[in-house]
Design a protein around this ligand. Structure first.
Ligand SMILES: [Zn+2]
Length: 106
């Protein structure tokens, strides 16, 4: 849970302009950080990165293309292994959409 201030109104209740100096009233709200499960969320993305090394110890670092399809991302590993048969360690890099949701709407 995240606790953060939310404001934007002057003490008198009128909206505050960006350049106007004013005393602000902030309300502290409880927020929850969670995985975005809404139907219109951005897709979860997958990518593989090679952790293999060349004979002199230089890290390979080659990366496959980012894909919203897990199986498509995995195909790059087989493709890379064809040219670099000693590179057998990889990391799976994902990008997952998350959102923060207030306990109550401000
Ligand atoms: Zn490699």
């Amino acid at each position: 849970m995240i606790r953060a201030g939310f404001g934007g109104r002057s003490a008198g209740g009128s909206p505050v302009g960006v350049l106007q100096r004013s005393r602000q009233v902030f309300r502290f709200l409880n927020w929850t950080l969670q995985i975005d499960l809404e139907p219109d969320r951005p897709p979860r993305m997958h990518r593989y990165r090679c952790l293999g090394e060349s004979e002199d110890g230089t890290p390979c670092g080659a990366e496959g293309p980012e894909s919203g399809d897990f199986a498509t991302a995995q195909k790059w590993v087989a493709h890379h292994l064809r040219s670099e048969q000693d590179h057998r360690s990889y990391e799976h890099v994902t990008c997952t959409p998350w959102v923060v949701v207030p306990a109550e709407e401000p």
